[in-house]
Ligand binder design. Sequence first.
Ligand code: B3K
Ligand code: ZN
Length: 848
Amino acid sequence: MRQPIRLSDYTPPSHLIERVDLTFRLDPTATRVTSKIRFRPNPARPGADLRLDGEDLKLISATIDGAKVEVAPDATGLTLPAAHLPDGPFDWQAEVEIDPQANTALEGLYISKGMYCTQCEAEGFRRITYYPDRPDVMAPFKVRIESDLPVLLSNGNPAGQGAGWAEWDDPHPKPAYLFALVAGDLVATRDRFTTASGRDVDLAIWVRKGDEDKTGYAMDALKRSMAWDERRYGREYDLDQFNVVAVDDFNMGAMENKGLNIFNSRYVLASPEIATDEDYASIERIIAHEYFHNWTGNRITCRDWFQLSLKEGLTVYRDQQFMAEARGGAVQRINEALTLRARQFREDGGPLAHPVRPSEYVEINNFYTATVYEKGAEVIRMLATLVGEEGYAKALDLYFDRHDGQACTIEDWLKVFEEATGRDLSQFKRWYEQAGTPRVRVSEEWQDGRFRLRLSQTVPPTPGQPKKAPMAIPVALGLIGANGQEVAPTQVVELTEDEITLDFEGLGTRPVPSLLRGFSAPVVLVHAPEPGALAHLLAHDTDPFARWEAGRRLALQAAEAMILEEAPADPAWLAALAPVVRDESLDPAFRALMLRLPDDETLAAHLADRGTTPDPDAIHAARRAMRRAVAGRFDADLRGLVNALAPVVPYSPDAASAGRRALRMTALGLVAQTDRGEMAEVVFKAADNMTEQLAALACLIDAGRGETALAAFHDRWQQERLVIDKWFALQTGHAQPARAVTVAEGLSAHPDFDWTNPNRFRALFGGLVGNHAGFHRSDGSGYDLLADWLIRLDARNPQFAARMSTAFEAWRRYDSARQARARAALERIGRHARLSRDMGEMVERMLE
Ligand code: B3K
Ligand code: ZN
């Protein structure tokens, strides 16, 4: 494998840039890019050579201050020796030719369905022209685009346009990774926003013709995000235009390019007929996320890519705050915990574990991870908990004041908190440096009216980090009395040592501790509650997260007994669910979450955590049995819910309506366990929205009678690519485990399976991977099929292929036969002749 890049090797740039002028003459196979760059030597690096990054570029000509220069580019760029450079500022001008049509990696300038677009983060700009492609080099950009296409967009404000050309001017200095260009036959939905200080901003969402009626929700989310950032953080938008473009072929969710956000179309386009409630929520969150980057990421950016969480962790935290306000804090927090545990804990516990600030990488695109994003956000949430609301607000004001226009580090970030609050954060900083999910062990003691809690911590070893120092862990806890009253309100205890003891005096009866309220730290709690304690919390806890968590732990216990001891469903667990099913005063969205049993992957992780090798088939069987038990016990109530929560017309995507639908569909899924999908059939036929249609269809497939409905669904939606993605995902995701690989193979030969489109590829294979017992077939057929396709994909789109390879990251969890097959599949990928740097690094780390 290639030599890694190390954080400790950071050196400042040799030259700074005063301004950049770019001209694009667009052509599908021979686009000409002229760059004029005003360089100035960096006083911090006197006499240094200037290295310009460049990949897959054909250099046509180059001059310095107008005089032709001979340069010899290599595979990754070119060097201008200091001896040949002026001592002061100078103009570098170069013309290169690039081939957007041949760009299948979707990095740099490429073409998606006749539309030119770019993706430059992290290091895509070097595929556009020669440039110091690093985030600590910031410059204002002017861009001229020449093309016959009607819509020509770039960053910043419009600076003129005519027949066949348009010019853009971005006055805000930015790193090259935020550069963007879009050209195509597009239509816009337009709106306006006036900022707090009175700037009128033109908003436009650009889509392909035919999609313009699906942009309303994204526009609404955008305006709410803009208002929210003013209200909550005092941050205003800073250009006259804000453009969003939807693109069908896109490796990730979206990209925060300055003034020109580019989105995967699945996170922009929505209507009740084609989008589910979950899609609406994702659109809302991602629109907000990319918009929030304007301050946390764009105006204050990262010094180098090791600092990625500086912008991503913070921006995720901000989008979480926004979503909590928009959709209700408790439900939002539970969903965050579910994602964190499913994705980040899994990553942190396996061969791909790395700190929130990694110290080395081979390919930076492999580090856009749940750890950098989601754990990074948790770290900021803990910081906010520790310094309080006021301290957080003060620190953030200082951050924006001091660092606007700069490229910063995690040290800069922590320093504003230290200065604003007077706290020493040197121990807290370990959250950025140590990988692994801390274990917090809790034991209880009850004696003579004194209740004692003992909390201790360990951080497990991770690759390259065998020994860990103690972390600073905020544990929010309270006590619930035997009568159900709260006897000690929430307090935040800081666990900074290996162990601490807490005493509660003067209690008449033994209380039940409610621990890690609000999921106050991204840790695993190891605690054996007293018999009956979880049911007590489920019934009485005042903290909604802890209440949900109690139900969750009861379900996990019940599942464990069913899987390992083949026990019947625990009657105590079933009895504890009664209020959830029946209590009309509870928020429907919350009830839906309470009735959602842990999925197979969660159960596998839970067993592995407890030192047992998970058997995917046994897990699958037990989970079905659990669902059947709930359905049997509450049959009448569940049917009652399906009927009582029948849709309110017309459909509205708001959180309250979505919550009702979530509860109704959860109930429907349970009913389908006992009525073989009778009720689901009725709902499927009557559904006027995608949320219910899709959920009912899933029930029909689960019940083994999906065939006709699937055909009807395809027939009806064949023109809607985002819906056809769902059609693929549903089939591989819900196939009977024994048939899942066959179903996936069959679908991969379907004429609608365009494997070059990341959304479609992810639909089919993401569905298969999510079908736990189906993917982990004991004969290894799931691993083999995915490996075949990853090899094929890697040659075309390495970044996306590497991301999909994380399906293997937990392979060591399973029995030795499965391990041998997973290893063989990974080794086969690793041996492949055209292995990319991206995939090479992933495979090597997973096999290490
Ligand atoms: N910053 C982009 C992600 C870029 C990924 C590059 N491999 C989207 C986001 O986090 O908002
Ligand atoms: Zn982001």
